[in-house]
Design a binder for this molecule. Structure first.
Ligand SMILES: *Cc1c(COP(=O)(O)O)cnc(C)c1O
Length: 409
């Protein structure tokens, strides 16, 4: 069949799956359990010999439709969805790591991911946090027991860009599982498979759904890792095709056993939101570039972090890797005491902790989302005490710029 574009494929995926009554959307299936007429069929579904649904904690038709869309966007072999991005990451770590294993992680991380890794350390997984903007730092930290490398494409809030391609080469050479959190870019701006990632993770709560009205997370297996060489796959999940081993183990040991299930209602909301992912991304990246330029030229602003600015330390790297430099930026004012008054004067920019919404959202970082980590950890992660994060939305560009101009007066 003809290969269709990103948005065309998303818009027509449900209809082409032929749901009942010619419905254009995959229906919301609310049943938790499924009935079978023959015991043989029920047994075959449980044993994975026959396609079907058993209990909705581990699979549901509405959720499966979203999984298929994410797989297509990420160009992977399969995807498993979770109730949140954090549930996805937690399930991934618990399904594939054992006591004594080691992870090399970027130290520029989403705060709750950093906190989750601290919990893993308490149960016997050791972790090296490195500056992943240079693959050499990852290489130095590798040990014989390193099982995983974890990076984010663009880190939040200071927008460091990981050395994605070289880290991919390194992981490929060393046979290490490479996990890329693609949330800040989305599969529209960047496909981690192209830098040899093993798994692409997305918080669907952000740009994918795009309206701040449903939580979700996903893990996609890109199909590039040779699972027959990974020590932590249970014999139970070694079916005839090694490409399916990791997905099955993640579904059973991650999703089924820990229960971080995506609800079908949320799956539907996310799916509708995703139809405009490319349109929203184009608009919010355009707005982010304009706003970053405006802030960088403003006399009251000390610093702007945005990969689309030539002054950004990984500007060249970001231009090479991503279709666009994203829609998240952060800035510091020259006079830190002006920060809260300026934020309070914004009329369109909303003071809120989310990102990836269609609306522009701002948050002073050190006093809120990174408060719990303390000042030492914040310094290590490159987060200044006066830093403000802006998740740039899809408002009309002139309105957005005018709002910041009046607030900065
Ligand atoms: C939001 C976010 C997560 C966690 O996703 P939730 O859906 O909020 O649990 C993980 N990584 C990044 C980069 C995020 O922005």
């Amino acid at each position: 069949m003809k290969r269709r574009g990103f948005t065309t494929s998303l818009l027509h995926a449900d209809r082409l799956g032929k749901p009942e009554h010619g419905s254009l959307h995959k229906p919301i299936h609310t049943s938790i359990a499924y009935g079978y007429e023959k015991a043989e069929d029920l047994a075959a579904v449980f044993q994975g010999r026959q396609k079907g649904y058993a209990y909705a904690r581990q699979s549901n038709p509405t959720v499966a439709a979203v999984e298929e869309k994410v797989t297509a966007m990420e160009q992977g072999v399969g995807t498993i969805c979770f109730g949140t991005g954090m549930a996805a990451l937690g399930a991934l770590f618990l399904a594939f790591l054992r006591k004594g294993d080691h992870i090399v992680s970027s130290r520029f991380l989403f705060g709750n991911t950093a906190s989750q890794l601290n919990t893993l350390e308490q149960i016997g997984v050791s972790i090296s946090f490195v500056d992943a903007t240079d693959a050499k730092n990852v290489e130095t930290a590798l040990r014989p027991e390193t099982r995983m490398v974890l990076v984010e494409t663009i880190a939040n809030p200071a927008t460091q860009v990981a050395d994605l391609s070289r880290i991919g080469e390194l992981c490929k050479q060393r046979g290490v599982v490479y996990v890329v959190d693609n949330t800040l870019t989305s599969a529209y701006l960047f496909v981690p498979r192209k830098v040899h990632a093993t798994f692409s993770m997305n918080s669907l709560s952000k740009y994918f759904g795009g309206h701040g009205d449903a939580l979700g997370g996903s893990i996609t297996d890109t199909g590039l890792f040779d699972w027959s060489k990974y020590p932590n796959i249970y014999d139970l999940y070694k079916g005839p095709d090694p490409k399916q081993w990791a997905l099955l183990q993640l579904r059973k040991k991650g999703l089924r056993d820990f229960g971080g299930t995506l609800a079908p209602e949320a799956a539907h909301t996310l799916s509708v939101g995703a139809e405009t992912l490319a349109l929203r991304m184009d608009r919010c990246c355009h707005n982010a570039q304009k706003l970053a330029e405006l802030l960088a030229a403003h006399p009251k602003v000390a610093k702007v972090h945005y990969p689309g600015l030539a002054s950004h330390p990984q500007h060249a790297l970001a231009s090479e890797l991503f279709a666009k430099p994203g829609a998240l930026l952060s800035f510091e004012l020259k006079n830190a005491t002006d920060t809260f008054p300026v934020l309070n004067k914004l009329e369109l920019g909303i003071l809120s902790s989310n990102l990836g919404d269609a609306r522009t959202l701002l948050i002073p970082v050190a006093q809120t989302i990174f408060w719990e980590l303390g000042s030492d950890k914040r310094r290590e992660m490159g987060i200044a005490e006066s830093l403000v994060r802006v998740s740039v939305g899809i408002e009309d560009t002139d309105d957005l710029l005018a709002d910041f101009m009046q607030a900065l007066v």
